[in-house]
Design a protein around this ligand. Structure first.
Ligand SMILES: Cc1ncc(COP(=O)(O)O)c(C=O)c1O
Length: 432
């Protein structure tokens, strides 16, 4: 709460529909964060709400844990069919981190190996197992010891990956196909394809964490489909929920599933109370219906290209803009330290107070002055992430381009932007 106060973003939201968030004092905010890629179908989608209401009104078996849930079967079949490859079984949970924990256990059971491999800069969740797969000390400090036997490789470095995998010690390689919180880092097609092959060669499961990238965010159902790779397991969450009922899923092969539930004795060896609850399953089915009937993947691909070309056009030539990149409706604007002394001095002063301060001032100004909700990447504070609901209109994207253009101009003009930032710095120091 204090952080939101300092950023002047502690507002009370009253009504959220589509891309628009209306505050209790009547302001309209456009959501360009989507709850970190949850609201792909838009806030409070009417179809998803209606499906949930009907489910409640049906008085069906919401939570028995002693039955075979038809709804879970239906949702699992649809997810596996969309994902393709050899993915035929699904374990449902309630979050992305729970999915990553599931992957760790299932990969160990399947391979008989204990060690896990992941990539530096990734984000996999904040439970102890998932946190162990992350490199950034910011998230880990004070919570150790975490899982032993976890190693990290440089994202994109095949030689390093090959050398580690050759030890044949690793149960799984867990990576995001596009590192989202790492700063919208998009690997080459060759990297992911060869990583897949190396895993196969050395008996390591190739696991994709698609918690932010799935559900048509990048165009196709999975970002994996961009790169032509077939993972052994995929972790899904966020947008599967329609933004209304928590749900996560791990997709896997029959063989991996059978290694865990290998006998009557082990039939319930991995479960979770809310795993297949009817509202979560219904939310998943209705979200897929909404995303697919409105062809939001195609829309994300088409409007995403339009958006990035408009952004690049507007932001080119500014010395603090390093790159505009992304796939589908997932974009990153990367900033860099200025060269001109007049800008470099205040920039470095703020970086010394807190490395995220510069990015937070951008987020604050976008929110306060232009009514745009965004965030900087959790593991790369110099990248502003832009991920609106996939139903965003061309006019709303144009509004964003105008807003960030105005801020970037202000930033390069010196004066106003930096004195504002100084005010923020004072508030941070005053609150410590
Ligand atoms: C790529 C990725 N994996 C896993 C997680 C963890 O998901 P959750 O917060 O639902 O536990 C996140 C959360 O942001 C994520 O971005």
């Amino acid at each position: 709460m204090r952080l939101l106060d300092i950023l002047q973003m502690n507002v009370s939201y009253e009504r959220c529909v589509g891309c628009e968030l209306i505050t209790s004092d009547g302001r309209r905010i456009l959501d360009f964060n989507s709850g970190y890629c949850v609201h792909n179908a838009g806030h409070n989608h009417p179809g998803i709400k209606a499906a949930l209401r009907a489910e409640l009104d049906g008085d069906g078996p919401a939570m028995l844990q002693s039955n075979v849930s038809d709804l879970a079967g239906e949702l699992a079949a649809r997810l596996c069919e969309r994902a393709g490859g050899g993915l035929t079984k699904v374990f449902f949970g309630s979050s992305g981190s729970e999915g990553v924990e599931t992957v760790i256990k299932f990969a160990r059971a399947h391979t008989g190996r204990a060690a896990m491999l992941s990539a530096e800069g990734g984000f996999h969740g904040l439970t102890c197992g998932a946190l162990s797969l992350m490199s950034d000390r910011f998230w880990k400090d004070g919570f150790g010891p975490l899982l032993p036997d976890v190693e990290l490789v440089t994202f994109g470095d095949l030689d390093q990956l090959s050398a580690r995998l050759a030890s044949r010690r690793f149960a799984a390689l867990v990576i995001e196909p596009i590192q989202v919180e790492g700063g919208l880092r998009i690997p080459s097609r060759d990297y992911l394809q060869q990583a897949r092959e190396l895993c196969r060669r050395y008996g390591t499961l190739f696991v994709l964490d698609e918690v932010q990238t799935a559900f048509y965010r990048t165009g196709p159902f999975l970002a994996a489909h961009h790169f032509g790779v077939e993972p052994d397991m995929v972790v899904l969450a966020k947008a599967l929920s329609g933004g209304l009922i928590p749900v996560g899923a791990v997709l896997m092969s029959d063989a991996i599933c059978n290694s865990v539930y290998s006998s009557f004795r082990r039939a319930i060896v991995h479960t979770s109370t809310y795993s297949e609850n009817a509202l979560a399953m219904r939310a998943g089915l209705a979200s897929l219906d909404a995303l697919e009937s409105e062809r939001l993947g195609e829309r994300a691909a088409r409007l995403g290209d339009y958006f990035r070309s408009r952004l690049s056009e507007r932001l080119s030539g500014f010395e603090m803009i390093r790159d505009v990149r992304g796939v589908g409706m997932l974009a990153g604007i990367e900033f860099q330290a200025p060269k001109r002394l007049r800008l470099r001095v205040p920039f470095q002063a703020f970086a010394r107070i807190h490395p995220a301060m510069f990015g937070q001032v951008l987020v604050m100004r976008l929110f306060r002055d232009h009514g745009m909700l965004t965030q900087i990447c959790g593991n790369n504070f110099m990248v502003l992430k832009v991920a609106p609901p996939l139903i965003v209109s061309e006019a709303q994207l144009d509004e964003f381009v105008a807003a960030i253009g105005a801020i970037v101009e202000l930033l390069h003009g010196g004066g106003g932007f930096w004195s504002e930032a100084l005010g923020l710095a004072r508030r941070v120091i005053g609150s410590i």
